[in-house]
Write a new protein. Structure first.
Length: 76
């Protein structure tokens, strides 16, 4: 499975995709991910499990777009 996830950061949100959600969240929380290292603390807001790797990355890309951000605000 591949996971598309959203983190609530000190400043804003972070959208990501991974095949090992627990490890990835731990790496974010420890400051080992450059994109969120200066935005700690983080909190997992939501995640979606998607079987197809390419569909997961496409959905991550969509959530990072303008309409994807509007979708996230409306539904989460």
């Amino acid at each position: 499975m591949h996971y598309v996830y959203s983190l609530k950061c000190k400043e804003g949100y972070y959208i990501g995709c991974t095949d090992d959600l627990k490890d990835r969240i731990n790496r974010h929380a420890k400051g080992n991910v450059p994109a969120t290292a200066n935005r700690l603390p983080i909190k997992l807001e939501f995640y979606l499990a998607i079987e197809n790797k390419y569909k997961a990355f496409e959905f991550e890309k969509y959530l990072k777009s303008g309409s994807g951000r509007a979708f996230t605000k409306k539904h989460f």
